[in-house]
Design a protein around this ligand. Structure first.
Ligand code: ASP
Length: 349
């Protein structure tokens, strides 16, 4: 850890792991995390920033496929502890689960008045054609930018990737290999990095009170299962997921505007799960658009069976929202009410 507390400004760069901070081991040819203190050698452009940059490395850095909610808790507490010492935060994270982590943090932190910008890369920072350098520079610039009143330009949890800045809980990884790895299909970009950073002011969320300080909710209840509907799905598979004892909530990933099979056995299982007290949330499998269970008879039957609408929420965001709400509230009806409300800009409602 390398933190300077002499100046209460600047950006804290938090490295959790992922490709961006890896270097090819000349002997084995595999990617290994590099000493983060050598970052300035890899990205000397960072020295040109007027802002002060400190760094913190999670030990050990991890591939984001290994991310667990405990990392989100550590991340949220680190930001809470350092909140007054920095103008903004940049989180370097593997791309695979970045949308899950950014979504979860958005629900875990209340009254955010500074930027928490997640970024990463498809190629390691040391490689010639890396996208990491651009992504990092844009993320630092955005996290440190303030308006004429000294307020953060984007006081949100967001993802900066390939010139786009996206709301974290609206983001999805859409490309496994291309540099355009992220998008927010149901919400406009918050900013675009070109010759200058162009902020999309009308779509950025601003806090009511700028200096209230953040509150972290670190109770997470992870008892959520996901049921992805597909042609040929078996009664046994549906039963196992919907009625499995380990879950308090099930996200139903449905077709189109929230449709699922109309077979009596399927609807009976959904009703049984609902009667047993499970929270059932309908999220579309489509990349964009929203759930509306009033359009088709198949959607209507789900609503009548006790399923609630996820509107245009992403699955990544629905998971973080459920973990956080269920961690905070024991009462399922309270959780259901809050699920249908727009809490952090995650749904268009
Ligand atoms: N598997 C890597 C990770 O998510 C890929 C990346 O960093 O982009 O950590």
């Amino acid at each position: 850890m390398n933190l300077f507390k002499d100046k209460d400004s600047g950006v804290l760069l938090i490295y959790t792991g992922g490709t961006i901070g890896m270097k090819e081991d000349p002997q084995s040819g595999t990617l290994k995390p590099f000493d983060f203190n050598a970052l300035m050698e890899e990205v000397p452009e960072l020295r040109k920033f007027a802002t002060h940059i400190d760094s913190y490395t999670f030990n050990p850095p991890i591939d984001s496929s290994d991310v667990e909610p405990s990392l989100w808790v550590s991340l949220a507490h680190l930001i809470e502890q350092e909140y007054n010492h920095y103008d903004g935060f940049v989180v370097l994270h593997g791309t695979d689960t970045m949308a899950y982590s950014a979504s979860a943090l958005s629900f875990m932190i209340d009254d955010l008045g500074k930027s928490i910008v997640f970024t990463g890369s498809q190629l390691p920072i040391g490689s010639l054609r890396t996208d990491g350098r651009e992504n990092l520079i844009s993320a630092v610039e955005i996290a440190s930018s303030k308006d004429s009143k000294g307020h953060s330009m984007v006081p949100e949890v967001c993802i900066c990737f390939n010139s786009g800045l996206y709301r974290g809980n609206r983001s999805r990884k859409i490309n496994a290999t291309g540099f355009d790895a992220f998008t927010s299909p149901n919400y406009p970009q918050l900013a675009t990095a070109g010759i200058n950073i162009k902020y999309n002011y009308g779509y950025i969320h601003y806090p009511e009170k700028w200096d209230a300080g953040i509150t972290v909710h670190d109770e997470l209840d992870t008892r959520v299962s996901i049921l992805k509907i597909h042609p040929g799905i078996t009664r046994q598979a549906v039963r196992d997921i919907l009625l499995g004892e380990g879950s308090r909530a099930v996200i139903l990933e449905t077709y189109g505007s929230g449709n699922a099979p109309s077979s009596p056995w399927f609807l009976e299982l959904v009703s049984e799960a609902s009667r047993s007290g499970k929270i059932l949330l309908n999220v579309t499998q489509c990349l964009s658009g929203d759930v509306n269970m009033d359009i088709y008879a198949t959607g209507k039957s789900l609503k009548e069976a006790g399923v609630i609408s996820g509107y245009d929420i992403t699955t990544e965001s629905a998971l973080g929202k459920l973990f956080s709400l269920m961690g905070r509230y024991k009462d399922n009806s309270r959780v259901k009410t809050l699920l249908e409300m727009n809490l952090k800009g995650e749904i268009s409602k």
